[in-house]
Design a protein around this ligand. Structure first.
Ligand code: KIV
Ligand code: ZN
Length: 513
């Protein structure tokens, strides 16, 4: 019988640790809703002890998607962290506490400066305490792949006896190689099944040597029953195992792994794009499964073979990951019904009538400018609209702008709205974007430094939308902003404001703590 492999998504915890990928609560909820459509089994929604904002985001996710998906969050092996996880995940139907504590000599000696027995006891005490709060507790033996096997096993045995229901084996620093990691999982699994066969064995692999997916699949082959992954492989340093690659590896080679997952693979591409859009982190064009070229065939020999039979050069159909089924072409004459249909087909809620009307007006403006509106355009239109709606309550919005570009004195004039107030100013710069950013900086009164500016063309068609991603630094912290429009100057202004609004939200949150 085929084994069911549980998929644990940590995009909103490990993935969000990527510098500059900070998401606000509304964006995190948007991603969590998409993860629910993707049908992941468990969402790790954050690290609630780290900030009041993280706590609130985990709680909101537990409330909004926790009816069908299990929700967890990370705690160190200390009571206050465990309390924060418990309080934030408890609105979910099936909440889980996730505790992490190192088992390698280097962690025990350098991080904790305690004896091995004392560290093991900390883990046992943490699990015992977590079990007084919830029935489901996952224990992660951090840096497991560099730990002495017998000490690793003693820890696992002790925390299982204390009540842990899932044991997660992380390759924290991406040091493992597939044969060796598979062997480690096999050895642990043999002992674990003898100790208590209800305990789920899980893995969490990092990609420092580019082996995160290979190690994860090798672990499944050797008995792991749960995989921890992130969308687009986001995560610390070189990232985590990419969810889309692990899931499609298991699906395409189902007979080899004798396993399957409950993932709705048709949502993979959409999820990847949403995460890329909201984090501002691009997916490399040749990335497996979700890269732009993942299903493109350019060589004549390949094209000829494909025309004869797709299987000649295709091991999976693009439709399986949601690539072709997304295609829609709308025009200004398509009408409300067709537009609503397109929005809902993408998995978004159409919103209340007033909100839908605002969205439809934006669609008409875009359709006028672009003539043909593709599925990707609709997708970005909705996500952009939702982000602005969340921000407009108390943050800056672009009211109007004029930019004059020349080789003497490029000048920008900008009006910004914040609640009922409108402020206007002008500035000269080295170029049009410099002038634009200079006036915005002065109007909002924040001395932010522009660290990166990137512009991409999104979707197809003659009048493709431009997407601008920026990174700014304020008081030592990096924030990202993004926006899209058929007018790239407007997209540039909105991306900068989006980053500034992120600074304001973060500093307001910090002041409230
Ligand atoms: O990489 C790691 O060890 C982790 C743990 C919290 C599972 O992220
Ligand atoms: Zn990790």
């Amino acid at each position: 019988m085929k084994r069911n492999i549980l998929v644990f998504d940590t995009t909103l915890r490990d993935g969000e640790q990527v510098p500059g990928a900070k998401l606000n609560i509304q964006q995190k909820v948007e991603i969590a809703q998409q993860l629910k459509r993707l049908q992941v089994d468990i969402i790790e929604a954050g690290f609630p002890a780290s900030s009041a904002g993280d706590f609130q985001a985990v709680q909101e996710i537990a409330r909004t998607v926790g009816d069908t998906v299990s929700v967890t969050a990370l705690a160190r092996a200390v009571k206050s962290d465990i309390d924060a996880v418990y309080e934030s995940v408890r609105p979910a139907q099936n909440p889980l506490i996730h505790i992490v504590l190192g088992t390698s000599n280097i962690h025990v000696e350098k991080k904790f400066n305690r004896s091995k027995d004392a560290v093991l006891q900390m883990g046992v005490d943490a699990v015992r305490y977590a079990k007084t709060l919830l029935p489901h507790v996952q224990y992660s033996t951090e840096d497991a792949s560099r730990s002495e096997f017998e000490y690793l096993w003693s820890t696992i045995e002790a925390v299982v006896k204390a009540g842990a229901t899932m044991i997660n084996i992380p390759d924290t620093v991406g040091y493992a190689v597939p044969e060796e990691f598979g062997d480690l999982i096999r050895r642990i699994n043999e002992r674990l099944k003898n100790l208590d066969d209800r305990v789920i064995l899980s893995v969490h692999c990092h990609n420092d040597l580019g082996l995160a997916v290979a190690n994860t699949l090798s672990a499944v082959k050797n008995g792991a029953e749960k995989v921890e992954c992130t969308i687009n492989g986001l995560g610390e340093r070189a990232g985590n195992a990419s969810l889309e690659e692990v899931v499609m590896g298991l699906q395409v080679r189902e007979n080899y792994y004798n396993s399957h997952t409950g993932i709705n693979t048709k949502e993979l591409l959409r999820t990847s794009r949403l995460v890329s859009h909201l984090t501002g982190l691009d997916v490399q064009v040749n990335k497996a499964i979700t890269g732009e070229n993942a299903f493109a065939h350019s060589s004549g020999i390949h094209q000829d073979g494909l025309l004869k039979d797709k299987q000649v050069y295709e091991i999976m159909a693009p439709e399986e990951v949601g690539a072709d089924s997304m295609e829609l072409i709308l025009t200004a004459r398509s009408g409300r019904h067709a537009f609503r249909n397109a929005v809902e087909k993408m998995g978004f809620e159409a919103g209340d009538p007033a909100d839908f009307e605002q969205l439809f007006e934006k669609f008409l403006t875009l359709a006028d400018a672009k003539k043909e509106v593709y599925d990707h355009d609709v997708f970005y239109l909705v996500t952009q609209h939702r982000t602005i709606k969340a921000e407009e309550k108390h943050l800056y919005e672009l009211a109007s702008f004029q930019v004059v570009s020349n080789d003497l004195h490029p000048t920008a004039t900008v009006s910004l709205r914040k609640g009922a107030e409108t402020i206007t100013g002008s500035a000269v710069g080295d170029g049009p974007i410099d002038a634009l950013y200079s006036v915005i900086r002065t109007l909002v009164g924040l001395d932010v430094e522009l660290k990166a500016y990137k512009i991409n063309s999104l979707s197809r068609g003659k009048e493709a939308i431009g997407r601008v991603n920026i990174r700014i630094e304020y008081e030592g912290k990096v924030y990202s902003g993004r926006a899209m429009d058929t007018d790239i100057i407007k997209a540039s202004a909105n991306a900068f404001l989006n980053g500034i609004n992120a600074v304001l939200l973060d500093t307001a949150k910090a002041a409230a703590v």
